[in-house]
Design a protein around this ligand. Sequence first.
Ligand SMILES: [Cu+2]
Length: 562
Amino acid sequence: MEQSAPGIAPCTPLHAIKQSRLPLVSLTKALIMKNFTSIKLIFLLLIATGLSACNAQGKRNSQTGSGNASSDFSPDIEIELTAQPVAMQLLDGPKTNVFHYEARLLKGSDSNLSEIQGSYLGPIIRVKHGQKIRVIFKNNLPRESIIHWHGLHIPPEMDGHPMHAVDNGEQYVYEFTVVDRPGTYWFHPHPDKITGPQVYRGLAGLFIIEDERKSLPSGDQDQPLVIQDRSFNSDNQLVYVEGSPMQRMQGFLGNQIFINGKKELTQNVKKGTYRLRILNGSNARIYKLAWSDGSDLKVIATDGGLLEKPLNKPYLILAPGERVEIWKDFSATNSGEEITLESLAFSSGTSMGRMGSGGMMGNMGGGMIGGNASFENGEAMHLYTFNVTGEEGKSLEIPQTLSEIEEIDPVNAVNYDTPKQFHFYHERMNWVINGETFDMEEVADWEKVKLNTTEVWQFINGDDGSGMGMMQDMMQLPHPAHIHGLQFQIIERDISGMDAEVWNSVKDGFINQGWQDTFLLMPGMKVKVVMRFRDFTGKYIYHCHNLEHEDMGMMRNYEVLP
Ligand SMILES: [Cu+2]
């Protein structure tokens, strides 16, 4: 199979370009008008300065391929995961070339590993708290790769830092103990600059830590719902952001929804109670989830497992990387009735205009402007329909107490009065954090923390007011922020800097309760989180989970020091 990931074309990495001053700077003043014309100008400059949708090969790190199986680690579960190109029947007609995690259970029980038939997604791995896991990752992809275990609290060398990426033909062995709470976690590639295309081609899977509770739906009434958007050309091949710099700046937005790695968007359900484990596995698309029957979404869990008690929401904002678990009771629904999970319209606050949007762009040969505007972030769409059959299923009452959550008291943070601040914004055609882009080894002073301390970090969508402020105002997008290696708690969501219309279209969709590892930073929003650095020292990363932004360098190391 041909190399599908972009990155073969020789070009200058965005990181390098950041160092040289672009002619843009002197034009800033002329471009401050927040209007379409100026955006068009920026776009033209983008092309002119050669910042094409290039995915240059980053410098490889010398520390690759270190993970080896150790003799003193005796796993409860051992799995071989091979990432490889395969052709799959996803649509009618020609097969689609995808990347797929092929799984083999070497030790454990059948329940530890299940495939979703006909899906490009990897397997669902089910484990229990306390179990020891060994995963042998084999890379048969054309480019380097590494697996990140999204949400898990594991040592840095097991976390899938890009510095551990292994080349084609190499392997990396993971060994870790599951210490996290029961919940819905996931795994996906994390190589520097090419995470977006690898996830997009199909590399992702769920990692479920099972709970022992009998009062929750189980078996086929406990089911995953991985939401992704994709675009295909007339040969049924996946279309990515190649050739469309503006689409890359915005992040990939497809024109077709895939659920659980399949095109089928309907499913028969029993008259019974379901637990839906929803993952937004999209590269850049944000969903505003709601039920077509107008009922509230009953939220029972976030990224890091069950909430203390269920939460009723009229709708939910789910950003890339985030998970949420929903309780849905079809017991009293009439047979033959259909209930659809919708994504409602909302205003994403993007000030990039309607440019470069829409998955149709690829189909149209990367036209500059126009595209299919109806597939913007924030457009309404049907996601998945449940057909209620006459079959009786198990019905359950929703428990009023789901779990216990130990609250971290932010007053105990070493920096309670002076939280670390992380500004996510746009600067000189780059997405940056505090003005910086990713460097494999670099850790700034403001990214160092001490083991066994509690800290408050504040994330801000927008710059610190110095220099390029007006520029970044014109290029605002939502950024889903993700911190590796731990779960945190949200203690403040400040919307004073937000556009009122944007806020009003999403305000009831955020969850501040429970344990989280990813949250959405809307333009102008400031979010404070509190977290504890425990058990492991070393370098982890934090980044924007808009995967195109991540690949452009909106990612940094933080280091836990002894
Ligand atoms: Cu971003």
